[in-house]
Design a protein around this ligand. Structure first.
Ligand code: AMP
Ligand code: MG
Length: 419
């Protein structure tokens, strides 16, 4: 999502701020959270590591067998023909054999059992002929095979997870493998969420004339249902400047972030804008992104304030394209699973004007050759939430690009990466 200098100037001339510019203004100067907490590792998934973790163990901590078989001296492997070795004893995982295995002998060994120091090779049981306390081996057995060396996975002193890592399930397992039961993670963000508008009703209530149900607060709270966020529900705020100001100011005393939707456009009833435009701390932008043009960002008290548009699809698009990167910056996430984008073949024409980023809701699938293809979910109005519910991906059309013809490649971002 880049744009050339010439179109940049054109766009500013038209009063719209390119998406890249708006995002970098949002991200610059956003503070990182200042506290941390100690958590049991079983509670740490989805949290961001505060301090790097260094290993105080070798993993594995002892040299052990990778298979069920026989441990032996590699010098006993015959150059040709067969060699008979006496089976001295047996070692199990958690039940080591402490004795000595002499030349010409071997040790029956199970997966995970420690390999005595003098031995350096394990032969799989499927590759030998056992016979009355002996085995016959041939030269297919290679020196050093099937041995898991102490420290081959992790060595004492290795940095295994760096500060800023958003912890995923294998990280939690890795911490456990190192014998670590607790970690320090960055504290949660407290995020206050509000809907605005006299026409907006809580689901379950009966609708008044001209009313509609609040979907925005529910989409947002669902998108924020993650281990590193505490949501404060501010409910539906009426179109009343004083009530809005009071609610936002109260939230600004205890929340890190306030997210509201609606009332940020240029109409006569855009009360969020009326309430905040003279605060000197909130900017109202018209961003060159579709959907999502009106957008407010700034500070209220201690909190970062995001004033999202009212239309339900625009709310989700601006959440994923502005708010989410901002939250990750505040949470100091520097290493997380990637959100991949890739190219897919458009199976229909897509109309688009250069000069704004467009985020269309789409369905990706594979054609009979296994190649990715994409079609939109139909009508793309910013109020048509079913267009997003039916989608499994965004099509992202860059600021400078124009219309797309059937058969051209477009950039897609699968939802599996963001939900
Ligand atoms: P506004 O920017 O406040 O004029 O809102 C733009 C459009 O989004 C209007 O049609 C609103 O009715 C609609 N809208 C605003 N808030 C919500 C909400 N919480 N849930 C669903 N639709 C909303
Ligand atoms: Mg409104």
């Amino acid at each position: 999502m880049t744009c050339s200098q010439s179109s940049y100037n054109d766009i500013f001339a038209s009063g719209l701020m390119p998406y890249d510019e708006a995002l970098s203004r949002v991200l610059s100067g956003l503070p990182g959270v200042d506290g941390c907490e100690r958590l049991l590792i079983e509670k740490a998934r989805g949290r961001t590591l505060h301090k790097s973790v260094t290993s105080t163990l070798n993993v594995p901590s002892f040299t052990n067998s990778a298979v069920d078989g026989y441990a032996l001296h590699s010098r006993d492997i015959p150059e040709q023909g067969f060699k008979k070795l006496a089976v001295k004893n047996v070692a199990f995982a958690g039940q080591p054999f402490d004795g000595v295995v002499e030349a010409g002998e071997c040790l029956r060994i199970m997966t995970g059992a420690p390999i005595p120091e003098q031995l350096d090779t394990v032969i799989m049981q499927e590759h030998v002929e056992p016979e009355n306390g002996y085995i016959n081996i041939d030269n297919r057995c290679r020196a050093g095979k099937n041995v898991r060396k102490a420290g081959e996975d992790i060595r004492i002193g290795d940095t295994v997870l760096a500060a800023g890592r958003l912890l995923v399930p294998p990280d939690i397992g890795l911490l456990a493998a190192l014998g670590i039961s607790e970690v320090e993670v960055n504290r949660k963000l407290t995020i206050a969420v509000a809907s605005t508008g006299n026409e907006v009703y809580v689901p379950g209530q009966s609708l008044g004339a001209g009313g509609l149900y609040d979907s925005n607060r529910y989409s947002l709270m669902a998108a924020l249902a993650r281990p590193d966020v505490e949501v404060v529900d501010l409910g539906i705020l009426p179109d009343d400047v004083d009530v809005l100001l009071k609610s936002f100011n109260d939230a600004g005393c205890h929340a890190d972030v306030i997210i509201s939707s609606g009332g940020v456009s240029v109409g006569e009833a855009d009360y969020t804008k009326m309430a905040l435009q003279n605060s000197g701390k909130v900017d109202f932008w018209r961003v060159a992104i579709k959907p999502g043009r009106p957008f407010a960002f700034g500070r209220i008290g201690n909190a970062a304030f995001f004033g999202l548009p009212g239309n339900p699809v625009a709310v989700l698009v601006t959440f994923y394209f502005f708010v989410l990167p901002a939250l990750e910056k505040m949470l100091q996430v520097t290493d997380k699973p990637i959100m991949p984008t890739f190219k897919a073949c458009a199976t229909e024409d897509l109309r688009k004007l250069p000069g704004r980023t467009e985020v269309q809701r789409a369905i990706i699938s594979r054609n009979e050759k296994g190649e990715w293809q994409v079609k939109t979910t139909g009508k793309q109005g910013s109020g048509i939430l079913s267009s997003m519910s039916r989608a499994n991906a965004f099509i992202i059309l860059d600021h400078d690009s124009g219309s797309v013809s059937t058969g051209e490649q477009v950039t897609v971002m699968p939802f599996s990466a963001i939900f």
